[in-house]
Design a protein around this ligand. Structure first.
Ligand SMILES: Cc1cc2nc3c(=O)[nH]c(=O)nc-3n(C[C@H](O)[C@H](O)[C@H](O)COP(=O)(O)O)c2cc1C
Length: 572
């Protein structure tokens, strides 16, 4: 049997990367969890580092799915009685099992983390007596032989305890969540870094864009360090493309902070489920060109919440239900929202619950009573989200953003007549197609008329996909889709011109078959083409997706290709 990503076992890859410095990459070849940041399904690596100078420090041991194999790999190369410090870029409950196991074999460990990290750590390990060195920004840690470590707190709403570590000996910045990517492979460094660009951008869009302001502050704090390498928490290390990636992070954050329309995304999450929903909603909003100011109300002060709500065109509140209530920080935030948000702002509510879900009901009813309009139907998810609930969240976020953009356009100008250029460009015609794609349980389809043959050998085509289309996440390099070319006639066209609610089945009532690449063939189409995405290019408000055609067939020999005629380039 051949070893594919789906069957490849998890392992730990070990390599020296600098003086006295080793990386241990815990590799997961398949999608790790149902969180939007893993949606490209390329696996990931949890990167940990070992610095062995006069003193020894271990940075960021992995989560519990790796506890056994990670410790086994380390035991073969390292004497645990020599381990002095464990440095944590952030503390998440998932790491607790590994840290507890480490403490058992090396009880002398001193943990090194930020102040909020220390609070999380004592909670996660259920131990108030841990030895912890708290790094607030000015303190350093000398491991000897030039490894005089500096620490830079880079907090954000999702990881309030984030801490970067800089080693002047090797000029390595241990950047935790910053600059990462979810990709698994044999390559440790980023030679040929352009190939990772798409994944890094997607990772940024999911994880960084909703708190671009804090990312900008982090970039400012890190700007003066002479860094030779970003030792990231996930994916290949950044060495060759360091300058370009730093510049790209600046540009991407500025795109967010400069956007005209903002949504305040206010939430709390005790166990991470509501935070996962928040991230998917944020992704849906930002991909439609509206920026998100995300606020974790556990760590935000009232003034910050008030300012974000006043500035925003809409707000979305998320809460878990704990003991029949919304947690106190959410109740406080709701009070601030009700007293500071005028009721022409668009509202949305979501949350994870276990059995009764009172928190979401309470927030929804208070907002309704206060007269707010809702940008999507309230989202209630039982415990952990799955692929479908995440898709629903993403699409709900996009609907929310589109409603805001529409309102903003209306308030500026009545529809302007098409310009000469728009009229002329509008005369370009394309055949009318329905592009369909499947990933796991998610099936989607969209009407497209910007489909063009692009190459003959291999047979290839381009499709322009608007950035806010539901389909967009399924059109990344390596994804497969089917182009169903429609025949003249309105039936199929009508089905896909409807407006769909988030997560709604777009194929209900339509005759379909499964294609050999797992996609959806519309049996009543004129022809279909099975394609694999080869490349994508950012072109203004669209992604231009180049795909090669692996298979295809004419289904209706007598039909004529439906063509989409328009009067102007400014609408579809
Ligand atoms: C201590 C505790 C109390 C809970 N109380 C409720 C409850 O009263 N009603 C309910 O629907 N779910 C309850 N749950 C389930 C949580 O709402 C559920 O685990 C949810 O996914 C947590 O979301 P979070 O990960 O964003 O914190 C409770 C869970 C815990 C741990």
């Amino acid at each position: 049997m051949s070893v594919t990503a789906a069957t490849k076992p998890r392992d730990v890859q070990i390599l020296p990367i600098g003086t006295n410095t080793t990386i241990l990459r815990s590799r997961s070849w398949t999608r790790l969890r149902f969180e939007i940041e893993y949606a490209l399904a390329k696996g990931t690596t949890a990167n940990s580092y070992l610095i062995q100078a006069d003193k020894t420090a271990l940075i960021d041991p992995p989560g519990e799915t790796f506890t056994a194999i990670y410790l086994e790999a380390l035991t073969k190369r390292f004497d645990f009685t020599r381990l002095d410090y464990v440095i944590l870029g952030h503390v998440n409950p998932n790491r607790a099992a590994t840290l507890k196991a480490l403490l058992e074999i090396a009880p002398q460990i001193t943990f090194v983390c930020s102040n909020p990290g220390a609070i999380n750590l004592r909670g996660a390990l259920e131990n108030q007596d841990l030895q912890i060195l708290v790094m607030r920004g000015d303190e350093t840690l000398d491991l000897g032989q030039g490894h005089h470590l500096q620490f830079i707190p880079t907090p954000n709403p999702r990881y309030a305890d984030e801490l970067c570590t800089y080693d002047p000996q090797t000029e390595i910045l241990y950047s935790d969540k910053l600059f990462g990517a979810h990709i698994c492979g044999d390559q440790v460094f980023d030679e040929g870094w352009e190939a990772f660009y798409e994944d890094r951008r997607y990772y940024f869009d999911c994880l960084m864009a909703p708190h671009a302001r804090q990312v900008e502050t982090a970039l400012d704090k890190l700007a003066d360090l002479p860094v030779r390498m970003y030792a990231t928490g996930h994916g290949p290390l950044v060495r060759y493309g360091l300058i370009e990636l730093t510049k790209a992070y600046r540009e991407w954050t500025q795109q967010q902070t400069a956007a005209d329309t903002t949504v305040a995304l206010i939430y709390a999450s005790a166990y991470g489920n509501t935070a996962t929903l928040a991230q998917a909603i944020a992704r849906g909003i930002t991909k439609a060109g509206v920026s998100v100011e995300s606020i974790n109300c556990e760590f935000a002060d009232p003034e910050e919440i008030k300012a974000a709500v006043e500035k925003a065109a809409g707000f979305v509140i998320g809460s878990p239900t704990l003991g029949g209530h919304a947690p106190t920080p959410v109740q406080t935030a709701l009070g601030i929202v009700l007293s500071s948000a005028t009721n022409n702002k668009l509202a949305g509510v979501f949350g994870s619950f276990g059995w009764s879900g009172e928190a979401v009901d309470l927030i929804e009813s208070k907002l309704k009573d206060a007269g707010y309009r809702f940008g999507f139907d309230t989202i209630r998810v039982k415990f952990k989200p799955n692929e479908l609930t995440l898709q629903t969240c993403e699409e709900a976020g996009t609907d929310f953003a589109q409603a805001l953009k529409k309102a903003a356009r209306k308030s500026i100008v009545a529809r302007q007549p098409a310009t000469n250029v728009e009229q002329a460009v509008g005369r370009i015609v394309g055949s009318l197609c329905v592009v369909t794609a499947t990933q796991g349980e998610v099936k989607t389809g969209m009407l497209a008329s910007w489909v063009t043959q692009a190459s003959f050998n291999p047979p290839g085509l381009t499709i322009a996909v608007a950035k806010d289309r539901a389909m967009e996440p399924l059109t990344h390099t390596g994804n497969q889709f089917v182009v169903n070319i429609l025949a003249e006639g309105r039936e199929l066209r009508k089905q896909f011109m409807k407006t769909y609610t988030p997560g709604q089945d777009r194929f209900a009532g339509v005759a379909t078959e499964e294609s050999s690449n797992g996609g959806v063939i519309l049996t009543d189409a004129l022809a279909y083409l099975e394609c694999t995405v080869n490349n994508r290019m950012e072109v203004g408000d669209h992604w231009l997706v180049y795909a090669t055609v692996n298979n295809g067939k004419v289904l209706n020999q007598d039909g004529v290709t439906a063509v989409h005629h328009r009067k102007s380039a400014s609408y579809y």
